[in-house]
Write a protein that binds this ligand. Structure first.
Ligand code: GLC
Length: 492
């Protein structure tokens, strides 16, 4: 398929999903919600701070030996430079609260926004006029203000006596709850800093996150969330769970990350018992520690219907599972290797679906027991990609109308690399699985088990980098929910 044909497919996907979005049942989102403080940094700015604070040698050392956690201010600078140099988007935890004061005094944030996978996905879904119950452990008014209010319904469960009631975020807010601001240092591809003799240039735009948070790291669920979701679970179509990547290898109170994972599994079991048709998706985030990454995957993936990750997370997880070949190709966005890697994880954990999203393209593998037609799955991931492209283009979380406007503006271009990788994947499928290359190239999906759906991304000069994965994921899952509901109403 050529670029123009993909553009037509994008329009069609938007039309198909938006026409039946009203059929969606309720969503549950968990587990991590926080506030993001966005700070745009330039290379010159970082260079000046390093010179002024005489931290050049320290930072250079840390650039080569990334500490992956923040104990001193130079770790923050090293983190920013490390992400700029590699083009990766990492998140390091702040171990000393004093660092927050330093960050505040040296950088001032450009704006506050909803943060955390759970928080972001909640807003994306609400903006499609859907009903969502998020998990929010700490809900001070500043956090409550970050929720979408103008459209859709964000429902916060609260106890009133022994009864559960669902409130709007601002009505449910509690003064005195903790405020978690995660510092997001965004850089663009013009980022260039000279530290001593070393020049750090960013190959692509991305971000570095410095996080101080002591609740989300324990995957805490609000008691009223547990009770409230159980009460309405029969009306829920999909649950999206993320935040497992916030887990720490150890905790000062002696608790273990596995203890917290188990608590969430108990809740998952209770949901499933009450609603066997529920589809649960987990978004796998960046986890630096390989052993912990394995625990999370081994404990979580078998209990999920579907998981999602980006190319780096796919490579990291394959590495952890002992697959060490072709990881470089995966990181370089080689679609055949991404497909093969995703399939390994799908098979190992008996998943019904796996989605890999990258800057240039996205693909999903779906088994028939997941219950979606291959073409509807393709429309869903295209719809998700359009939402992510709209976020990148406008810098704000999109509505269906904004997505439509952005698509019509002609400002988005189909990724060349995405088209090329589609071609390569089609060749691999023909050579190794006998699937007609032209058919896959023309349709964008296969009728195989599992079926494959592939879409190149639509690219733009990005105004946002944070929340892209969350947006593509939640919008794709909303697309699936809408289209499967339609298919049930009008059996094909
Ligand atoms: C991580 C960060 C959060 C950010 C999110 C974006 O969860 O902790 O601050 O909003 O990633 O995906």
């Amino acid at each position: 398929m050529f670029a123009e044909e993909w553009t037509k497919k994008y329009s069609q996907a938007l039309q198909e999903v938006s026409q039946c979005i009203g059929l969606c049942r309720m969503f549950i989102t968990g587990l991590n919600t926080n506030i993001d403080g966005l700070i745009h940094v330039s290379g010159k700015e970082i260079e000046n701070i390093i010179t002024e604070k005489k931290l050049a040698n320290e930072v250079i050392y840390k650039l080569d030996n990334p500490p992956r956690e923040i104990r001193t201010f130079s770790d923050v600078l090293a983190g920013i430079l490390y992400c700029a140099k590699t083009g990766d988007g990492e998140e390091w935890f702040i171990r000393d609260p004093q660092i927050i004061e330093m960050i505040k005094s040296i950088f001032s944030y450009d704006r506050l926004r909803m943060g955390g996978q759970c928080g972001i996905m909640t807003n994306v879904l609400a903006l499609m006029n859907l009903r969502v119950i998020p998990n929010v452990v700490e809900l001070p008014p500043l956090q409550a203000e970050q929720f979408t209010t103008e459209i859709g319904e964000v429902l916060i469960p609260r106890f009133e006596g022994k009864e559960i009631v669902f409130k709007k975020p601002l009505e449910a807010a509690r003064h005195g709850d903790k405020v978690f601001i995660h510092w997001i240092f965004e850089f663009d591809n013009q980022f260039k800093a000279r530290i001593n003799q070393e020049i750090v240039e960013a190959p692509v735009e991305n971000r570095f996150i410095a996080t101080y948070d002591d609740e989300n790291v324990k995957l805490k669920t609000d008691p009223a969330f547990r009770e409230g979701t159980l009460k309405v679970i029969s009306e829920v179509g999909k649950v999206i769970l993320s935040g497992y990547h916030m887990l720490q290898t150890s905790y000062s109170d002696g608790s273990k990350p596995e203890d917290y994972i188990k608590e969430t599994l108990e809740l998952i079991n209770s949901w499933r018992e009450r609603n066997p048709e529920l589809r649960i998706h987990s978004e796998i985030g960046f986890l630096a520690d390989s052993a912990l990454r394995k625990s999370v995957l081994d404990m979580i993936a078998p209990r999920m219907d579907s998981i999602g990750l980006n190319e780096d997370e796919l490579a990291d997880n394959l590495y952890t599972l002992g697959h060490k070949n072709n990881l470089r190709k995966i990181r370089a966005l080689d679609a055949p290797q991404i497909y093969k890697g995703a399939r390994k994880i799908m098979e190992r954990y008996q998943l019904s679906r796996i989605m890999v999203h990258t800057r240039e393209f996205s693909l999903s593998l779906t088994k028939s027991d997941y219950g979606i037609n291959p073409i509807d799955e393709l429309y869903s991931i295209i719809f998700g990609s359009l939402f992510a492209a709209t976020l990148a283009h406008t810098g704000i979380f999109p509505t269906i109308r904004a997505a439509e406007k952005t698509l019509k503006s002609g400002d988005l271009v189909v990724s060349e690399k995405g088209l090329m990788e589609h071609q390569k994947l089609a060749e691999l499928l023909e050579d190794e699985e006998n699937y007609p290359k032209q058919k896959f190239l023309k349709e964008g999906f296969t009728e195989t088990e599992p079926s494959i759906a592939f879409t190149p991304s639509k690219l733009t000069e990005p105004k946002a980098t944070v929340g892209m994965g969350d947006t593509i994921t939640s919008a794709s899952l909303a697309g699936e929910e809408a289209l499967t509901r339609r298919a049930k109403k009008i059996p094909t």
